[in-house]
Design a protein around this ligand. Structure first.
Ligand code: XMP
Length: 506
């Protein structure tokens, strides 16, 4: 396959996905992986990714120069290009103002990478440093104001200052295809139907006649993992579904229907709503609420799993981005909010982990899900945070507020589907503020809560913009919520981007 060395760019996972979309296996590994380990993987090509560091700084993320002499075709992107220039004797300097956003690429001398690409096309730039002079043996293949592309065709080393993996680079797909197929001569070896067959066989082999427990949340990852494992070992799989009472409207019943009735999964549903609400009573600090919900979740799951004493495995819906994040050179990114997902079972339970989706990107998990027969709308659901509505009701949480929020949120989601907007946004929900304001309904003065409609568009959930939903649509949402949900008399639309805001409100 193709190896992508991770220098920390937010687009790295996108490079990996683009390669896999061509049915070629790709793997993203830290930039400082020793060359011997890289060679063991027998890559047909290596992509040096972008990254925030500067080759001239003391803490630059450097690599062994031998990688560039290994004879394996190389593509450097952004920082990767600067690194190639730096290591091979070119010069990289601090640009005057950097370049962010769309730019025009003018090809001066085409090569195998740019084969079939138009003379002029739009590319996506995001860099501060720039190439001042190229290394010996290289040619400038294109400019955009700065040196935008260079190559040493004889040595199969290519480099681009812009990001071909980003969709704003009009002909980026063509360039990546040229690299993968024409330059690396990669074979199409990555097919999801094969993945299912292979994984089902592996699960059977690993689990044998043992029992497996899995925390089912109704979200995409745990559901696809459950159905896949069930395909392999049937009723040896026992799912535990904790209804925290902080889920969306009717979610508990829907999970039982979709996965219990339809897929025949054995699901132990735990009604823990009252327990969670009791623990949350009067607590309004966001971090404290998160800790309480997370802690309570582990406690409930732990108690419940004791019922299944003979379980040998704990299955989880860990996916490839989780794996990449955990090994990333970026280090544990500053904790802005404490995240907690299923897991954290006490070690004395001695369960082995079963993570059949560890190698897959989210869009691949979705395809596997559909291949397994899970309906489209279920595998294309937006993410939903572990602490659920507990962090979407600002301040103290109580049963009444949960009910109000569930109704408002359900109206918003229902209308997004009805207007074909649900899949055009990355995450959408309603937030309930503990702020009351004055309104008028009929002849009566009202004094009720404020709902905030939130919808974000993002590739990686690290940065996001607010969705430009049509005014008419927002108008409809506002009137439906105010007219149909008692307790809300005012609706606002959140127009904050991340950063500096976050997607959730707590
Ligand atoms: P923020 O609010 O930090 O959220 O911009 C980014 C993404 O993470 C989700 N999120 C969570 N997911 N447990 C989760 O499983 C959590 O505690 C949690 N907090 C935030 C959020 O919904 C968004 O998709």
């Amino acid at each position: 396959g193709i190896i992508i060395l991770d220098f920390g760019s937010q687009y790295n996972q996108l490079i990996g996905r683009r390669v896999r979309e061509m049915e070629v296996y790709s793997e993203i590994i830290p930039f400082n992986t020793p060359l011997s380990e890289i060679l063991e993987k027998k890559p047909v090509g290596i992509i040096l990714s972008g990254g925030p560091s500067s080759v001239n700084s003391a803490e630059a993320h450097l690599i062994e120069k031998e990688i560039l002499e290994s004879g394996i075709p190389i593509l450097g992107i952004c920082y990767g290009m600067q690194l190639i220039a730096h290591l091979l004797g070119g010069k990289v300097s601090k640009g005057v103002k950097g370049e962010y956003g769309k730019s025009q690429l003018n090809i001066e001398k085409s090569n195998a990478l740019l084969d079939g690409v138009s003379q002029n096309s739009t590319v996506w730039m995001s860099h501060f440093d720039e190439i001042e002079s190229i290394p010996e043996g290289f040619e400038i293949s294109g400019r955009s104001g700065v040196i935008a592309a260079m190559a040493n065709s004889e040595k199969n080393i290519f480099a681009l200052q812009f990001h071909p993996e980003v969709s704003h680079t009009e002909e980026g797909g063509k360039m990546l295809e040229n690299f993968v197929f024409n330059i690396c001569k990669a074979e199409k070896n990555w097919k999801l139907t094969n993945y299912i067959e292979k994984t089902v066989a592996e699960i059977k082999e690993k689990v044998g006649t043992s029992k497996v427990i899995l925390g089912l949340s109704g979200g995409v990852d745990s559901s696809v993992a459950a159905v896949l494992i069930h395909k392999a070992i049937g009723d040896q799989l026992q799912c535990i579904f904790v209804d925290t009472g902080l889920l969306r409207l009717d979610e508990g019943a829907k999970v039982m229907e979709n996965y219990g009735d339809f897929f025949n999964l054995k699901i132990d549903k735990v009604e823990a709503g009252e327990r969670f609400l009791k623990k949350l009573e009067g607590i309004s600090d966001p971090e404290e609420k998160r800790k309480i919900i997370g802690g309570e979740f582990v406690a409930v799951f732990d108690e419940e799993s004791k019922k299944f004493k003979d379980a040998k495995f704990l299955a989880q819906g860990t996916i490839y981005p989780d794996v990449i994040e955990s090994q990333s050179v970026k280090g544990p990114s500053a904790v802005i909010k404490s995240h907690h997902n299923v897991g954290g079972l006490p070690e004395e339970m001695n369960l082995d982990l079963l993570e059949p989706l560890r190698e897959l990107f989210k869009d691949e998990v979705r395809k596997v899900g559909e291949e397994l027969g899970i309906p489209h709308h279920l595998v294309h659901r937006h993410p939903f945070p572990g602490p659920g509505l507990g962090i979407r009701i600002l301040g103290a949480v109580d049963a009444e507020k949960v009910e109000i929020l569930q109704k408002a949120d359900d109206i918003f989601i229902e209308e997004l589907y009805a207007h074909d907007l649900y899949e055009k946004v990355s995450q959408a929900f309603v937030v309930l503020l503990p702020v009351k304001s004055v309104g008028v309904m009929g002849d009566e003065r009202t004094y009720e809560y404020t709902a905030v409609v939130r919808s974000a568009n993002t590739i990686d959930f690290m940065t996001a913009t607010w969705s430009r939903l049509p005014y008419e649509f927002l108008d409809l949402i506002s009137s439906r919520i105010i007219n149909e949900v008692r307790g809300i008399n005012r609706v606002c639309y959140d127009i904050s981007s991340k950063p500096p805001a976050t997607i959730e409100w707590e």
